[in-house]
Write a protein that binds this ligand. Structure first.
Ligand SMILES: O=C(O)CCC(=O)C(=O)O
Ligand SMILES: [Mn+2]
Length: 216
């Protein structure tokens, strides 16, 4: 939390181009934060957060759940999207309309007017949790961008190029911040440094990140 977290938003100068095809929209999610957090909680109530295992057998520090017509699955054979939860054989929870509409609006503001997500990954970071550098590349339709909404504790987001070993830039993502990456940045490596301890008045002692994708 800092003083700026309470200022009004939504002007052009809150848009920062971070790479060709990638835009940071500071605070775009703040106006509807309570409604969107409640919507995320409703998904979590339907399909609880859990630590996924990587295909290599590591347990991820963050906890994850999913919604949409396609859900991201990590299995010993690799990562994939599936129309049903392999654990329960049930379809995934629906993307709550307020989250779906927000993602469409955010993508349009970032220059992707045709984006319609069919999948959303919800990650919860407790203090100390992190996400290593990776590409989001399991979606079939790589023409569509990824839209990321951060709620709660701030984090340092790493954003690099198309090579894992390339230089990364660091961005502080605060409550309500949105990053959209597509086009030439669609396969950019990105990650999150360990989240520092703290308390957010709405979200508590955690960070929730939602990434909206079009699997295709
Ligand atoms: O938590 C974030 O800001 C990024 C999450 C992410 O990259 C992912 O879920 O693939
Ligand atoms: Mn990612």
């Amino acid at each position: 939390m800092d003083l700026f977290d309470n200022l009004p938003l939504a002007s052009e100068d809150l848009r920062t181009a971070i790479a060709p095809g990638a835009v940071l929209l500071r605070g775009l999610g703040r106006a509807d934060d309570a409604q969107m957090l409640a919507a995320a909680e409703s998904v979590i109530a339907q399909l609880p957060l859990r630590h996924l295992q990587t295909p290599g057998g590591h347990t991820m520090s963050i906890q994850t759940t999913r919604c949409g017509s396609m859900g991201w699955v990590s299995e010993p054979g690799g990562y994939r999207y599936a129309p049903r939860n392999p654990g329960t054989r049930q379809p995934w929870p629906d993307i709550p309309p307020c989250l779906h509409d927000f993602a469409v609006r955010a993508a349009a503001q970032a220059g992707y007017p045709d984006f319609v997500p069919d999948s959303c990954l919800i990650n919860q970071y407790l203090p100390g949790n992190k996400l290593g550098l990776h590409q989001d590349r399991d979606e079939r339709d790589l023409r569509a961008p990824v839209v990321s909404l951060s709620l709660g504790l701030p984090a340092t987001f790493l954003f690099g190029g198309l090579q894992r070993t390339g230089q990364t830039q660091r961005y502080r993502l605060a409550h309500g911040d949105v990053v959209v990456w597509g086009g030439p940045a669609r396969l950019a490596f990105h990650g999150v440094l360990p989240v520092a301890d703290g308390h957010h008045p709405l979200v508590g002692r955690r960070r929730i990140n939602l990434t909206f994708r079009k699997v295709g």
